[in-house]
Design a protein around this ligand. Structure first.
Ligand SMILES: [Zn+2]
Length: 325
């Protein structure tokens, strides 16, 4: 999955957020009504910790400068991967920070502690506060894109998690009851395990199914487009994908029993995606469990940074339990 580190800085008059991806670190300054005032993206240094921390520091300073609240603007950072609440040690496969206390390094650079959170948790927090999950109690924010990840909020609040993780649903194994009828193999995952949902349900997973069925490279967007045009083989690939995606939603449902799942990420743009997932999920119920409401994310690309900004701002009562450092 793509990563983002979101930083959010905000004062009583404005707020800013920063987001770092595998390729870009994005800083967003928000208004009091959570509209993006300014946005700056810079390249993400991936070769050294020092360069990465320096780039983060530059973005924080830019937000402070643009807001006119140097040293006091609330800023939150959303990172892909884990930041252990007990030790501050990060683990991520796409940024040069694994084994390091990112918060401590950043504090040494900018002179103050900023809250750091997982980007999927930031997405869930954002969509639970002024987003698609408004009015629901237990909200799972599910990002379906380059990778698969999810975050969880209850009553608009994050819950404190021992390892600082989001819901690592992308690395749950697809059950045999799903793969065997589809006659799909166990594919190895970058996490070191086999048969993870991410290998089938992400954008690259859809492409992998397409290639396996057709015997030729087939991009996800081409499969989606061909299926929309009535291509029989593409429709069959989409049906395979939909069956596994529905099982992913089922796993989320039986573990967390949310009343709403907010879908984000690039695959949320698949035509009729909510209908596809709703039908798939309703076909595999457990007992009389009612399915959660499925909704599309409202805040799109900005949702991760927005969540980090909400965390830093402390606006919703929701934030209290999230580790802040
Ligand atoms: Zn995996």
């Amino acid at each position: 999955m793509s990563f983002q580190a979101s930083r959010f800085i905000r004062s009583t008059s404005d707020e800013r957020r920063h987001r770092v991806g595998g390729t870009k670190i994005e800083a967003r300054l928000f208004s009091q009504t959570w509209e993006t005032i300014e946005l700056r993206r810079i390249a993400t240094p991936t070769d050294s910790l020092a360069a990465f921390i320096d780039a983060l520091g530059q973005q924080v300073r830019w937000l402070e400068e643009r807001s006119g609240h140097a040293g006091s603007l609330p800023v939150g950072i959303a990172l892909p991967g884990l930041v252990d609440p007990a030790t501050g040690i990060a683990f991520t496969s796409n940024l040069p920070v694994s084994g390091e206390d990112v918060g401590a390094h950043l504090t040494a650079t900018i002179g103050r502690r900023l809250p750091i959170m997982n980007d999927c948790q930031a997405f869930a927090l954002s969509e639970s506060n002024g987003g698609a999950g408004d009015g629901f109690n237990t909200v799972v924010g599910l990002i379906m894109g380059t990778g698969i990840g999810a975050g969880l909020c209850g009553a608009g609040k994050l819950t404190k998690r021992m390892n600082g993780s989001a819901l690592e649903v992308g690395h749950v194994g697809v059950p045999a009851r799903t793969l065997l009828p589809l006659n799909l193999p166990l594919w190895p995952c970058g996490c070191g395990k086999q048969g993870c949902f991410e290998r089938y349900v992400s954008g690259s997973g859809l492409a992998a199914i397409g290639q396996y069925r057709s015997g030729r490279p087939w991009k996800a967007e081409e499969i989606v487009s061909a299926a929309s045009s009535g291509d029989v083989q593409a429709k069959a690939v989409m049906a395979d994908w939909a069956a596994i995606a529905a099982e992913l939603l089922f796993e989320i449902q039986i573990h967390h029993d949310p009343d709403c799942i907010v879908i984000g990420g690039g695959l949320s743009a698949i035509p009729g995606i909510l209908d596809i997932l709703e039908k798939g999920l309703s076909a595999i119920p457990l007992g009389n469990m009612r399915p959660p409401v499925l909704k599309l994310a409202i805040h799109g690309d900005s949702s991760g940074a927005r969540g980090a900004a909400i965390l830093a701002d402390g606006t919703p009562a929701a934030i209290a339990t999230e580790t802040s450092r």
